[in-house]
Design a protein around this ligand. Structure first.
Ligand code: CP
Length: 301
């Protein structure tokens, strides 16, 4: 079976392709086009083997806007996973039903690249273990570019559980090609071993950052035995209201969600006009709709 162009990471996308995608997403936001008549009777499979709110529902919203019927598989208890069917077999069986595209969220244990190579429609990575979450990184960059159309040289600081973050992994494939000055701040054991611009206390980065991307502490990916104190973490890495006051006026705060309130950031931070968290969510629909529309016509990859 020939491998079709799936979106599993961002390595194949050029800066020009991404800019064109964002231009298209912006147009969708300004002038919502009609549903595609060619989508009538066709489906988009949304296979979520790990929990999700934003990613799943934004893809589903985008499917409705395009006119694709969403085929949802996200409630393990109501599927044959409960009878021991594997995730790989589940994907192959849904693929046999002929959706136009398959959107998958799964853990690292799934060899999604090998599965995608076996089926005849493109697969979109909607969060794959620690490996990547390309559509989140794209919508984050889109959101940053709305604030700062010239991203080159801007200090973008990722704070928190970086080595377990698929969002950060995808950003590291993306941001350097846009010329951003990417920095990391987190506990020593939660930073990639190769990190050069690494800091171990948020106070070292908060005053100079142009964008602060707060990341969720992903205890579910740490394995047993991890000692974690939420209050110690907040002390060293939390974006508190006091630290918010020290951010530049022009700086912006992002978080891909879901948020652990009072750990990664204080609830009041969400009310600050510099906080883009819900803007990210709104943009997620348009960016994902743009990805789907372009993949349906073979224009993205
Ligand atoms: N950012 C993100 O992936 O959120 P969900 O887990 O809710 O989809």
């Amino acid at each position: 079976m020939p491998s079709v162009s799936s979106l599993l990471d961002l390595k194949k996308l050029s800066v020009d392709q991404i800019k064109e995608l964002f231009f298209f997403a912006e147009n969708l936001q300004k002038n919502q086009p009609k549903i595609l008549s060619s989508a009538a009777g066709k489906t988009l499979a949304l296979l979520f083997f790990e929990p999700s709110t934003r990613t799943r529902l934004s893809f589903e919203t985008a499917a409705h806007r395009i006119g694709l019927g969403p085929l949802r598989m996200d409630d393990r208890a109501s599927t044959s996973l409960e009878k021991g069917e594997s995730i790989e077999d589940s994907i192959y069986n849904v693929a046999a039903m002929g959706p136009e595209l398959i959107v998958v969220r799964c853990g690292d244990e799934v060899e999604l690249d090998k599965v995608a190579a076996q089926i005849s429609m493109p697969v979109i990575n909607a969060g794959w273990g620690k490996r990547g979450h390309p559509t989140q990184a794209l919508l984050d960059l889109y959101t940053m570019l709305q604030v700062s159309p010239q991203i080159e040289g801007k200090k973008i600081v990722f704070v928190g559980d970086i080595s377990h973050s698929r969002v950060a992994a995808s950003h590291f494939e993306l941001l350097q090609s846009f010329g951003a000055d990417v920095q990391m701040c987190g506990p020593k054991d939660w930073l990639p071993s190769m990190s050069n611009q690494a800091f171990h206390h948020i106070d070292q980065v908060v005053e100079n950052a142009d964008f602060v991307v707060m990341l969720r502490v992903q205890l579910e990916r740490h394995g047993s035995g991890t000692q974690f104190s939420a209050s110690d973490y907040r002390q060293s890495f939390g974006l508190t209201t006091e630290r918010l006051a020290r951010l530049k006026k022009s700086a912006r705060v992002l978080h891909p969600g879901p948020i652990n309130h009072g750990v990664e950031l204080d609830s009041l931070v969400l009310q600050d006009p510099r906080c883009l968290v819900l803007k990210q969510v709104a943009n997620g629909v348009s960016v994902r709709e743009a990805i789907l529309r372009k993949m349906l016509t073979g224009e993205l990859l």
